[in-house]
Every structure is written in structure tokens, then in C-alpha cells.
Design a protein around this ligand. Structure first.
Ligand code: M6R
Length: 612
């Protein structure tokens, strides 16, 4: 979604901001723009289209010591030159970039128009520039005018403001849309996402809701909602530039698929208790001191998209290992029902980015109702990680491809750890716990074996099947969430229609779709329902459907039943999903490549969905 970057210091701010905008491209956007200082006046260049197009419009000789930039993902008004950020006041002396949604912008715009302000865009953001203009008079300095303006706003914002009257400062403010500040040596940075500035500094400050920051080249001052100056901790980013490069792969998505053995290892690191056959989870110890874990009556898992699919695996794990009733909810729907949540409900929120607005809103709702909320998050210091009561980082490093891959596997692993942690205090025996741990420790090698053993075959199958217009992905039990996730991967990056369905439900409707042009991708390892899965496959075969089966190396598939078979190493039933997902990610990836899609930045999608 929208991205923000700003720089103030002694180097060329235009270069730093353009570099930052390139690094924010992965978030998904449709327009880009920059404001810098030229002959003591603000100069803005912006348009719909890619950052590369913006760069073509910037004169190469430009040098400015301050600049702000933006990548826009349209909400209010279509992608166009006028709607692209930065936006300005009437006098062109104030420039604003903004992420989030101003809910009362229509009312504010009407009032400002009555007062004589002239608007040129359809966006909600433009009201912020005019509001600042309204208050920015006499002895009022920029930060005061920005504060007065944001006090009138309803909705969400991460915003950055520059004025030609005080070009020695940048103002930043946040309410429910992330803003981080980068601390440099005689230079400072602001961004919506650390990826934009990691090349320049690893020292960052997270702005909290209600805070406003004044950045100059030499210092950063931060004020809370009551205008009191606050001291903030400087955090260090632990990942480096290598994590944000393709490292020789043609796409980030392929790189991230291949990173999975290592990222899975990082998720488990420090959390395995091989003596007691359980998981070490400091966050769970803090959340449930003493025997209080036995008070949990219900577990609710919240997430969106791929995180929701990981949540479905968590539902199986938690019910199987703890016996506690568990449900998975779409975070986007949760607030609009009357969820039965109380202080004996344990809520787990899943988010790779930690910035998903729907998930944030659902967490707040659950907390309001008295639940304890545990977060499973990738991005350190993100909004979700700071909102939840306790949590666990999955430590997979930056995930740049819009299609989530390595985060899904690690979210599932983290949910298994939580299930094992609670389960060992309830119904899982020491022996059973030790068996799980023993197999978990073998999985990193098995993940490597899946990559080495399936990629070539999957690539060939992608060539063979790329022209089909629709796919069904089918699985039973733990394989059903994998079918859903396989279908989501295919549709989001190849734009082919794909549906995930529980294999046993086929005969209740979707089987009507089956003919020789409608391939069905079965996820059917040798688990306790393998025979039932085979019966469902026969049902498709009898109707001339094309069949691809993903199974393990030992399972016997009747002759001529499948058109194609992909085999993965054997494991115990609960861990098959970890191995199964890789061939499905690769299948979607290679089909998208064959169809010449923009794999890492699929159309209409954003990596971090910060609007509800
Ligand atoms: O960052 P989050 O995990 O909260 O994101 C949730 C979804 O937006 C995300 O998983 C989305 O579905 C991905 N594009 C899937 O590949």
C-alpha cells in the first residue's frame, strides 16, 4: 500500500528519497511523487505509474538537502497526476504525503472551500495541506500548525510535511498508520517502513499513535498527544541490505520460497524444549502465570488472507493438542459480529506485516472485551507487535514478494509451538511431546529435500497447465488449509481463477464444474484419511477431470488415477502441511512466470494492507 520516505541532511535528499521509493515498491502502488527544495521553493514532481517513470521526470542535476516522497495505492480518486502525492496548500508552500484514510474529509473540504481554499485532487489527503495552511500564520511554526490540523482529523494517518517557509525541518505524525524515524549522522530519515531506509541507517525510532516528530538534520524531537516532549528508545534493525535484495534470484518470491528451510529454523530457534518435549515460549509464560492457563475456555485466531489460512492450521493443532474449542475468524469480519469473547478467551492474532488495519481493529475489539491477545508477527516493532499483550516473532526476515510464502510456513510452525506448549500442560503426554520434537527437528532437512526434489517437476507441470483457465485445489483435514493457500497463491500472482475446497465437499456442489478442462490439484499425503481422499479423487476421475496429486514418497496411488503426481518426503501427519506448501508455492510461481506476470508486485495488491 502507500509508502512514505523523507530525508533531511547534507547529502542529496532527492537520491535518498528515490532510493527509498524504489525499496517501497514491493508494497504495491499505482503512482509516485516527490517534493524537494529548488531555489528556496518547493518543487513537486509526481504522476501515476512506476517510480522508474518518476525518475525519468526528475532533472538529473537537482540537488536538495531536504525531500519527501510517496508511493500511492489509490483509495480516494483514481490513479492520476492530480491524485498522486505530495499534495499542496493553495500557496504551494506546504507539501504533504499521507498514508491512511481521513474519514471526515468531505466535511472539512466543504468548510475549507467556503473559506476560499482551492482543491485540485479528489483525495482525502489534500484537506490536510489546506488545514495546515489555515493555521500556519503569524508566529505559529510548522509543527504547531500540523498539530492544530491533525486535531481536526478523524480517521487514520501516517503523515509527513515539508514547508518552504521552514525548510530546515520535516514534521511527521501518526495515528494508526506506521511511521518510523531513521537516526543518522548529521542527517535524519522518516519512512512508513524500515525497508526504505535500511541502506542508510539501522537506528530507528518507532512513532506511537498520537505522537508528532520534528526532524532537522541534527536532531529529532518527539511530542506526545498533550504536546509534551518525550524521550524515545532508539532500536536497531538486525537485518541488513542482503535481506532486501534478490540475491541472484529472478524474483523475491522465488528467493523467499527457497529461504524457507532457514527461516523455519529461525522461527523454532530457542523455542524447542527437547528435555521436556514441549515449547519454550516466554510470552506465554508471561501471559499465563502459574496455573492460569487452565482458565482458557476458548481460543480464537484472527488474521487475513494467508495469515487466516495459517490460522486454520492452528485450529487443527490447538484442538488436537489441547482439547480447547478453537475458531478462526477473518479479522475483517470480527468487529462486525457480536463475538463471544471474555477474559477466559485466548486470542491469537497473526500478521506478517504487523500493520494490517483489519487485524489491528480486531485485536483492539478483543482486548476491549477482556481477552488476552497473543501476536504472531514478523515485522519487529510493527503496530500489531506493540498492540498485543504478548507475542512471538517468527523471524523470517523481510518478506518482499506480495505473495506471502515463508511467513505462512513459520506462522504455522509458531501455532504448532503454542499448541504444544498448552497441550503439554493439558493432554499431550511426555512421550507424544518428545515424538513431535524429534520430527520437528528433522523438518529443516526435509524442507530442503522438498525444494531439491520437486522444483524441476513442478516447473514442468506449470508449463503443461499454464493455459487452463480455472483450477480446483482439494484436501481433507490439515490438507484443506493448504488447498486454500495453494489456490490463493495461484490466483494472486497468475490471475487464474482457483478455488480451494474440502475434498469431501466436492460431491455437494462443485463437482458439477468438473470436465476435462478443469484440473483438480489434490493435496493427499498418506495420512489417516488417505483412503477417503482417494475416493474423492476417483469421483473426479469418473468425470474426466484432469488430476494432479501431491502426496508423499510412500503412498500408493492406483495406476492411471492421476495425470501427474508430485511426491514429498514422508513425515508425521501434523507436519505434512509444512512440506506440502512448497510445491504449491512453486507451481503458482512458475505458472505466473510462464504467463509473464509481475510476480512480486501483482496488479491491485499491496503487501501491507493498512486500510480497512
Ligand atoms: O501482513 P498480514 O499477514 O497481516 O497480511 C494479511 C494478508 O493481507 C496477506 O496474507 C495477503 O493475503 C497476501 N497477499 C497473501 O499472499
Amino acid at each position: 500500500m502507500c509508502g512514505i520516505v523523507g530525508y533531511i541532511g547534507g547529502s542529496n535528499a532527492v537520491n535518498a528519497v528515490v532510493e527509498g521509493l524504489h525499496r517501497l515498491e514491493y508494497r504495491g502502488y499505482d503512482s509516485a511523487g516527490i517534493t524537494f527544495l529548488e531555489d528556496r521553493e518547493l518543487k513537486t514532481i509526481k504522476d501515476k505509474g512506476r517510480v522508474a517513470h518518476l525518475v525519468d521526470m526528475i532533472p538529473p542535476e537537482i540537488f536538495s538537502e531536504v525531500a519527501i516522497g510517496h508511493t500511492r495505492w489509490a483509495t480516494h480518486g483514481k490513479p492520476s497526476h492530480e491524485n498522486a502525492h505530495p499534495h499542496h496548500d493553495c500557496g504551494g508552500t506546504i507539501s504533504v504525503v499521507h498514508n491512511g484514510i481521513i474519514e471526515n474529509y468531505i466535511l472539512l473540504k466543504e468548510l475549507l472551500i467556503k473559506e476560499g481554499h482551492k482543491f485540485v485532487s479528489e483525495t482525502d489527503t489534500e484537506v490536510i495541506a489546506h488545514l495546515i495552511e489555515k493555521y500556519y500564520e503569524g508566529s505559529i511554526v510548522l509543527e504547531q500548525a500540523v498539530k492544530m490540523a491533525i486535531d481536526s482529523l478523524e480517521g487514520t494517518y501516517g503523515l509527513v510535511v515539508l514547508s518552504s517557509k521552514e525548510p530546515d525541518k520535516i514534521i511527521a505524525a501518526r495515528r494508526a498508520s506506521p511511521i518510523i524515524l531513521g537516526v543518522g549522522d548529521k542527517e535524519n530519515f522518516v519512512a512508513s517502513d524500515a525497508t526504505a531506509i535500511v541502506k542508510y541507517t539501522k537506528k530507528i525510532i518507532y512513532l506511537e499513535d498520537g505522537e508528532l516528530a520534528v526532524l532537522t538534520r541534527n536532531d529529532i524531537r518527539i511530542f506526545n498527544q498533550r504536546n509534551i516532549k518525550v524521550d524515545k528508545k532508539i532500536s536497531s534493525i538486525t537485518w541488513d541490505e542482503k535481506h532486501t535484495s534478490k540475491d541472484g534470484y529472478p524474483h523475491f518470491m522465488l528467493k523467499e520460497i527457497h529461504e524457507q528451510p532457514g527461516s523455519f529454523h529461525n522461527t523454532l530457534a530457542g523455542h524447542i524444549d527437547a528435555e521436556e518435549g514441549t515449547a519454550h515460549l516466554g510470552g506465554m509464560d508471561n501471559l499465563f502465570p502459574g496455573n492460569s492457563i487452565h482458565r482458557i475456555r476458548r481460543i480464537v485466531i484472527l488474521g487475513c488472507g494467508t495469515s487466516w489460512h495459517a490460522g486454520l492450521l492452528g485450529e487443527y493443532y490447538l484442538e488436537r493438542l489441547t482439547g480447547i474449542p478453537t475458531e478462526v475468524e477473518y479479522a475483517s469480519e470480527f468487529r462486525y459480529r457480536t463475538p463471544s469473547i471474555d477474559e477466559d478467551t485466548f486470542v491469537i492474532a497473526l500478521s506478517q506485516s504487523g500493520e494490517t488495519a483489519d487485524t489491528m481493529a480486531a485485536i483492539k475489539e478483543a482486548k476491549n472485551r477482556g481477552a488476552k491477545v497473543f501476536g504472531i508477527v514478523n515485522v519487529i516493532g510493527s503496530s500489531v507487535s506493540r498492540e498485543v499483550n504478548q507475542g512471538l516473532y517468527i523471524h523470517v526476515g523481510p518478506e518482499i514478494g506480495v505473495a506471502s510464502t515463508k511467513a505462512f510456513l513459520s506462522q504455522a510452525a509458531a501455532l504448532f509451538l503454542i499448541a504444544l506448549y498448552i497441550g503439554r500442560k493439558k493432554i499431550v503426554s511426555y512421550k507424544e511431546g518428545m515424538e513431535y520434537i524429534a520430527e520437528l527437528e528433522k523438518l529443516e532437512d526435509k524442507l530442503r529435500a522438498v525444494l531439491a526434489g520437486t522444483e524441476k517437476k513442478v516447473k514442468e507441470l506449470a508449463e503443461k497447465y499454464a493455459s487452463y483457465p480455472s483450477f480446483l485445489y482439494l484436501g481433507r483435514g490439515l490438507n484443506f488449509p493448504i488447498a486454500l493457500e495453494g489456490a490463493l497463491k495461484l490466483k494472486e500472482i497468475s490471475y487464474i481463477h482457483a478455488e480451494g475446497y474440502p475434498a469431501g465437499e466436492m460431491k455437494h456442489g462443485p463437482i458439477a464444474l468438473i470436465d476435462k478442462n478443469f484440473p483438480a490439484f489434490f493435496v493427499a499425503p498418506g495420512d489417516e484419511i488417505f483412503e477417503k481422499s482417494l475416493s474423492n479423487i476417483q469421483e473426479i476421475k469418473a468425470r474426466d477431470g484432469k488430476i494432479i496429486i501431491l502426496t508423499d514418497e510412500g503412498s500408493v496411488i492406483p495406476e492411471k488415477l492421476a495425470d501427474d503426481i508430485i511426491r514429498i518426503p514422508a513425515t508425521i501427519e501434523v507436519f505434512y502441511p509444512f512440506l506440502e506448501i512448497i510445491p504449491l508455492q512453486l507451481f503458482a510461481y512458475y505458472i505466473a512466470v510462464k504467463k509473464d506476470r509481475d510476480v512480486d508486485k501483482p496488479r491491485n495488491l499491496a503487501k501491507s494492507v493498512t486500510v480497512e
